[in-house]
Every structure is written in structure tokens, then in C-alpha cells.
Design a protein around this ligand. Sequence first.
Ligand SMILES: [Zn+2]
Length: 188
Amino acid sequence: MQSVYLTFDDGPDPQFTPRILDALGAAQMHATFFTIGKHVRRSPELVRRAAAEGHEIGNHSFAHRHPWLISARTAREEVRNGSAVLSEVLGRAPRFFRPPHGRMRACMNDEAQRSGQATVLWDLSAIDWGPLGRAPRIARRLASIEANDIVLMHDGRNEHNRPEELLQVLPALLVSLRERGLCSVALL
Ligand SMILES: [Zn+2]
């Protein structure tokens, strides 16, 4: 069995995160959830559930502000505050950071690294948002997952995400990964 790394961003979401956790649990696979601090504050029990079920929880900033449209000081605070909420809820600091919109900014990477978080982007995106984020297209993109790919998906409804479309294809995707000898694991 070879590994892939499914990742779900922008949650936790009271409606969609539990259903994604159910699907992963049924398939006995694990993933990494890159959470937004202000959403964690609203639904800490969902983050605790995901961690208890063996998933990794990464920092996706506190408020998902665009890294290029804020001051360096605010950018650093976004990393620190997103991390602080997770530490409070889980009792340990996150090990991974993903910048909002995947937009790299040196001061954010530096801030993450200082507190032991590796910055992680992705190899393949489901594009589960906006006008291209319909189930058939999402399924077609996800059919090209290969061993060791980090895959970007969304469990949170932030902005234009379509987790309801993703959920239509996720259970079948997990079955087909298994058939292809691939298993999703949490980031290591
Ligand atoms: Zn995001």
C-alpha cells in the first residue's frame, strides 16, 4: 500500500466536517485538516474529534486573510494566533502551516518555522470551489492522484468553497484509492 496525503482546508465546519470524518472513518483512512483559528474557536469539539480519530490538525491562520494584502506584523499575528487557538484546544502545538490561498509570504513561513511548523502546500488541487467546483469535474481531477501526492480539498465553506460537491465524490474516491493500492495518511 502506498501513501497519499488528503488535506481539507478552511474548517472546521459544523455541517461538513463531521460528514468528511465519517467518510474517512468508514474507509479507515486519515487526513490532515488545515483549520482557520476563528472557526476552531466556534467548533472546538470538531477539531478534538478529528484529532482523536487520528487525523493531523494543521494551522491555516486565524482569519484566512490574504497574505499579500496585510502588513508583515498582521501576517505574523495571523500565524501565531491560528496556532495559539489550536494549542489551546488540543493541548499541543500544530506541526504544519498552510498559508491562506496558498500564497507564500516569507515572514509567515518564518513565524511558522520558529514555532516548529513546516509550511505545506499541495501537489494536486480538487478545485472544489467556484464555477469549476462541480462533482463530476472534482471526481475527474481526483482520479489522477498518484502515490505521495498531497491533495488540496475543502471541508469549510469559507468564501466560494463547495464541500457539498466534494462530499458527493469523496466516498467513491476513497474506495478507488484503496483499489489502486493507495491509502490516505495524515502528514508525517
Ligand atoms: Zn484556505
